[in-house]
Design a protein around this ligand. Structure first.
Ligand SMILES: [Zn+2]
Length: 460
């Protein structure tokens, strides 16, 4: 058993939880548990019999499940500006993208800030404490979109891993996007390096880290994929892209590169632990083993994969093969919702649908939503678990009211099988971001008004 520490005085104490699910190395679950946070880090945890510290602020966990904060490892925050856009609802991924690229070409810094502010608030209400973002549209003259969204995350106090997305292969060169949203390789690589130098924090309790993220095989040149991998190696940052999302992509890769997506990934130097991939719906059995052996991570996005009709990802197979697997809400123009609780529940249901009722439990889904995501981001031990020294990121989930009446035997199963439920309290680095189900920072109504104006501009 890991040691229980009782510091002199904590900043925050969550006391008397119905159950504290630590998702730590031993997967300890502590009925009546408490957890203390000091200077942004977990400083102690234990059960009813363990002495607990005094704290400046004490929150009652009675009737609640306490988990680590959820880690969202795939998203496109700006897409909440074109959420459920009616003309893009009928086709599959390629039709959907081609309809929306021209709207996204109107992005600017105000749009990046307000979409991140609203999107990260939405995520925090659903129990997310760390989110990635994949902003791959950088129209000419749009300004520094990534820095604008970093500012929103800092204003809100959410842990944030934006990726410097990119597109370099336009329709005139055989790609999918129009010319007005692509950039050339040198420009992308120089901006990637600039953003890493500006924002990437290597400390274990970092609030901001940058990864590099060419968008997908059908929107990026081969040379950009290879050169981005070299730059990530040089800068020691992680790599992210979409891969194996649809059968259309398989056909595109066979036709354009003469090989399947995973072979293409290997050719451009991306079969490394540094990489996590969004979707991975269509790797075949041999490719699953290759991805697992290379410890390439996967962001499972079940709602998006269903709403675009992309398919059911081989999640159990990837985990068994050795890939870390986390969850992503994906852009809020495809999945439209952005609740990590909902993604975890949907992942559980899909897992049961694929392999039988016993194949994917609520604990498996919780693990993917926390530890699994942390591993994909290279942050095992720092986030995604509650253990002494880990970041003080946690969620207090109410298991009360009509939706949970009668669910007495297993609070973790109840958390995901009953509901729907949102966070009562969301805590990042020991600071409340959501308290009693409401965002702590004032000004959301004003930001929503700006968001509406900007969304109307993009959709007009
Ligand atoms: Zn995506």
């Amino acid at each position: 058993m890991p040691r229980v520490e009782t510091p002199g005085r904590a900043d925050l104490l969550i006391a008397d939880a119905e159950l504290l699910a630590t998702v730590d190395g031993a997967r300890r679950e502590i009925p009546g548990g408490w957890v203390a946070v000091t200077d942004g880090l977990v400083s102690g945890l234990g059960g009813r019999a363990d002495p607990r510290p005094e704290a400046d602020r004490v929150l009652d966990g009675g009737g609640c499940l306490v988990t680590p904060g959820l880690v969202n490892i795939h998203h496109h925050l700006y897409q909440n500006l074109t959420r459920a856009f009616a003309p893009a609802l009928t086709g599959g991924l390629f039709d959907w993208l081609v309809t929306l690229y021209p709207l996204w070409a109107r992005l600017d810094e105000e749009a990046a800030y307000v979409s991140a502010y609203v999107g990260l608030t939405e995520l925090a209400l659903g129990g997310c404490t760390t989110s990635t973002d994949h902003l791959f549209v950088h129209p000419r003259g749009a300004g520094d979109l990534i820095t604008a969204e970093v500012a929103a995350a800092r204003d809100l106090g959410i842990r944030f891993h934006p990726t410097r997305g990119s597109m370099s292969l336009s329709a005139k060169d055989g790609g999918l996007p129009p010319d007005l949203v692509v950039q050339d390789d040198d420009e992308i690589l120089a901006d990637s390096q600039r953003l890493v130098e500006l924002h990437h924090d290597r400390s274990p309790d970092a609030m901001t880290r940058i990864a590099l993220a060419p968008c997908s095989p059908f929107s990026v040149s081969t040379s950009l994929m290879a050169r981005t991998a070299e730059l990530a190696e040089q800068l020691d940052v992680r790599l992210h892209t979409h891969l194996c999302e649809t059968r259309d992509e398989d056909a595109f890769c066979l036709q354009t590169f003469g090989r399947r997506p995973v072979d293409y990934l290997a050719d451009v130097g991306w079969m490394t632990e540094r990489v996590w991939l969004a979707h991975t719906v269509w790797p075949n059995a041999d490719e699953v083993v290759r991805l697992g052996t290379a410890r390439v991570g996967a962001a499972h996005c079940p709602s998006s994969n269903m709403i675009l009709g992309s398919g059911l990802a081989p999640v159990a197979e990837l985990r068994a093969a050795g890939s870390p697997v986390g969850l992503g809400v994906d852009g809020s123009a495809s999945a439209d919702s952005a609740s990590m609780w909902l993604e975890a529940r949907t992942a559980m249901l899909q897992g049961k649908l694929r392999h039988g009722a016993g194949a994917m439990s609520a604990r498996d889904a919780l693990e993917m939503a926390t530890r699994g995501g942390a591993a994909c981001l290279g942050r095992s031990g720092e986030i995604g678990e509650l253990s002494v020294g880990a970041c003080g990121d946690l969620v207090v989930w109410p298991l009360t009211g009509p939706a949970f009446a009668g669910a007495l035997s297993d609070p973790v199963e109840a958390w995901l099988r009953c509901g729907p439920v949102a966070a009562r309290h969301t805590v990042v680095a020991g600071r409340l971001v959501v308290q009693d189900g409401v965002p702590v920072r004032a000004g959301l109504d004003e930001q929503l008004a700006v968001h509406r104006r900007v969304a109307q501009r993009l959709q007009s």
